[in-house]
Design a protein around this ligand. Structure first.
Ligand code: AMP
Length: 229
């Protein structure tokens, strides 16, 4: 049974931050503790790639191509995917948006969508980490091809190299964690996503959490600094 935040209300959060700051891991931990529904647009694209690449529409294939290169998928495609999953936004346990919005146009569209549903955000958590630490995290990250558990070659290695501790499947490096894609992703973040910090600060929703240290330390900071628990 998930814990509740003090006022007993569902949590509705956007998790913001550059690629590799650990938003996905924090989303997982917040979900486990508080039960809010997790929506990661990156996971949606990766799942489509695994399950039905051959049957994808032209738009779907183009989206995967953007993703492989580390570039942002066009706003229309992303918004269509989120709108298809509107039930996540309506979830009575609340929601955690991980990797969405990533552009001002997406943030404006989300604002309209939430207004039309009469739902408001509790906070936007901006996970902050210096660039050189981000590059180290991304280049050493390995992901389980089956259960999506995340490891790091240096800071969180699996017990047997290349094998997931949880399910025994192979660990892989995401295509977009390779150096050439990482550069494109960081540029896309600087140009398109960083402006969302001001966007949400103006709306008094922004809370910044330093993303150094272990996932547990970052989670403690999130709980104390943002959720007040
Ligand atoms: P992530 O797992 O969040 O790092 O996302 C992986 C990739 O999916 C990104 O590098 C983009 O190519 C694509 N993607 C995920 N979410 C979005 C979004 N909100 N807008 C545009 N592209 C996205």
């Amino acid at each position: 049974m998930p814990a509740r935040i003090p006022n007993g209300k569902p949590l509705r959060l956007v998790l913001l931050g550059a690629p590799g700051v650990g938003k996905g891991t924090q989303a997982e931990m917040i979900h486990e503790r508080f039960g809010a529904c997790q929506l990661s647009t990156g996971d949606v694209f990766r799942d489509e790639k695994i399950s039905c690449e051959e049957n994808l529409s032209v738009t779907g294939r183009a989206a995967l191509d953007f993703m492989r290169r580390g570039a942002l998928v066009p706003d229309d495609t992303v918004l269509a995917i989120v709108t298809e999953r509107i039930r996540c936004l309506r979830c009575s346990g609340g929601f955690l948006l991980d990797g969405f919005p990533r552009t001002v146009a997406q943030a404006e569209a989300l604002e309209k969508l939430l207004q039309s549903e009469n739902i408001s955000l509790d906070a936007v958590i901006n996970y902050d980490l210096p660039l050189e630490k981000i590059i180290t995290r991304l280049s050493g990250r390995r992901t389980c091809a089956h259960c999506k558990a995340v490891y790091h070659l240096a800071s969180q290695p699996s017990q047997r190299p290349g094998v997931c501790d949880g399910c025994g499947a192979k660990l892989i490096q995401r295509e977009d964690d390779r150096p050439e894609s990482v550069q494109v992703r960081m540029a896309a973040y600087e140009q398109n996503t960083r402006p969302l910090i001001d966007f949400y600060a103006e709306r008094k929703l922004l809370r910044t959490v330093t993303a150094t240290g272990s996932p547990q330390e970052i989670f403690r900071r999130t709980c104390l600094g943002v959720l007040g628990v």
